[in-house]
Design a protein around this ligand. Structure first.
Ligand code: SF4
Ligand code: SF4
Length: 448
């Protein structure tokens, strides 16, 4: 199944000049300019940045601060669209040297969904990458722009080789979900270095190193359980490679570059089709009847996507990137960016009310935590600013999956409190900001 596009081009798109972590792009257009699809409209001014392209044909109406799904206003190029589908000339790349691939990724605007420009993940300053991973556990093959699972498998394999070359890495792996049978079937028997591949299950203590040796290959595909969470990179890296990532570090500190299926596909398109990153696949869920996956032009306001779906009730709240760890939006005029993965529409009845009770020590949060923390205790320590004790309880291992908050029958703001403590620890406590959310009733779970 291919992702569906919107039937109508939005009348106006809002393209933020910062859709990545790092420096904002410098605008290359001005009010009144005509632009084409794929035209570069924002240029990086530092290595830690990523270029921005127009996703439509039209006229630049303004360059001004506009809503961004992260909740802040960001300098954006506002374009009045036309029906034309004219693109700039897309020129495939024949030179795939390491230097060229790195600069191509920056020029094509390829970023990870959590914001890091992909070229900085593959070639971080002063660090050496020896393993590249494509994390496909969060997106089934249909989450991309592929006609068949086999096409997906073959493009991902090509993309992995490009990513390894860009990073100068000797080994690479694609990690699929163990219950994603279509992906597993698609990768079975794909040829790597003249040998048919077998998808390797990551079970027990068998990590990638075992399978690189067992299959006598520097490229493998492995399957594992899906891990949800906002900050899963370090946990994912440890689970897959066995390399521990320390506090305040990221996988590149242990020689691992983790890329998403989206950035891998974007690199494939940039190299083989000359196409920059101006469209992205998202999921729309909630009170609407929409196709499971939609291919959306970056800059499309949420309003246009919601209007294109059959509504099944009045929308009371819009959340970007999932109800557990995402951001509630204050306007539907906010645009889809490279970081948008999901739009959730909630009815009045579904909007959570703040009706917290004292902790009843049910331990549901403990049972469900995928990294074996004790969330109930951490919330108390966080609430009281006892950050040293939070560290002793390994709070940094929290992947912010939000499951503890979901199962808590007392509706305690478990995730918010844990995040508060983690932020304070990252800032070495000095600038601990006031708590954004605490509804903990002290005197309950060990609040001595
Ligand atoms: S403490 Fe909560 S948010 Fe953190 S990993 Fe455990 S269940 Fe997920
Ligand atoms: S924090 Fe919530 S889920 Fe955890 S023990 Fe207390 S009441 Fe139960």
């Amino acid at each position: 199944m291919e992702s569906k596009r919107l039937k109508k081009i939005p009348q106006k798109v809002i393209i933020p000049l910062k859709q990545h972590l790092g420096t904002i792009c410098e605008p290359l257009v001005k009010k009144g300019d005509q632009v084409l699809i794929g035209q570069k409209i924002g240029r990086s001014v530092s290595y830690y940045s990523s270029d921005v392209h127009s996703s439509v044909c039209g006229e630049v109406l303004a360059i001004e601060n506009a809503p961004h799904p992260n909740g802040n206003k960001v300098l954006s190029v506002i374009i009045q669209t036309t029906e034309s589908m004219e693109t700039v000339d897309f020129v495939p790349t024949e030179n795939t040297s390491q230097e060229k691939l790195i600069s191509l990724m920056q020029e094509a605007g390829i970023v990870e969904h959590y914001g890091a420009p992909t070229h900085t993940v593959l070639m971080p300053e002063d660090k050496k990458i020896d393993i590249v991973l494509i994390n496909s556990t969060a997106s089934e093959w249909i989450g991309g722009k592929y006609k068949t699972p086999k096409e997906y498998a073959s493009q991902m394999m090509d993309a992995l080789k490009l990513l390894m070359k860009a990073a100068g890495a000797s080994k690479g792996a694609i990690i699929v979900r163990k219950d994603d049978k279509e992906s597993i079937e698609a990768f079975e028997d794909v040829e790597v270095n003249g040998k048919a591949l077998k998808v390797a299950p990551l079970v027990g203590k068998r990590r990638l190193g075992y399978y690189f040796r067992d299959q006598d290959s520097n490229i493998i595909v492995a399957s594992q359980k899906r891990i949800y969470g906002k900050k899963i990179l370090n946990f994912f890296t440890y689970n897959v490679t066995g390399r521990k990532v320390g506090i305040g570090c990221d996988p590149t500190d242990v020689g691992v570059a983790v890329c998403s299926i989206k950035s891998a596909k974007a690199l494939y398109d940039a190299v083989y089709e000359g196409r920059p990153y101006y469209e992205t696949v998202i999921t729309v869920e909630g009170t609407v009847d929409c196709p499971e996956y939609m291919l959306i032009r970056i800059g499309t306001p949420f309003k246009d996507i919601i209007e294109s779906c059959n509504s099944e009730g009045e929308v009371a709240k819009i959340v970007a990137n999932g109800v557990i760890t995402g951001v509630a939006q204050y306007t539907d005029e906010v645009p889809v960016t490279k970081g948008t993965t999901r739009i959730t529409l909630l009815t009045k009845e579904e909007v959570l009310r703040d009706e917290s009770l004292a902790c009843i020590h049910c331990a549901r949060c403990v049972d469900i935590c995928p990294v074996s923390l004790v969330p109930s205790r951490l919330t108390v320590l966080a609430d009281q600013g006892r950050f040293d004790e939070c560290r002793q309880m390994h709070i940094e291992n929290c992947i912010e999956c939000g499951r503890c908050a979901v199962v808590c029958p007392s509706k305690i703001h478990v995730l918010q409190l844990i995040r508060y403590a983690k932020n304070a620890i990252e800032g070495a406590y000095a600038d601990a900001a006031p708590k954004e959310s605490s509804n903990l009733k002290l005197g309950c779970c060990g609040g001595e």
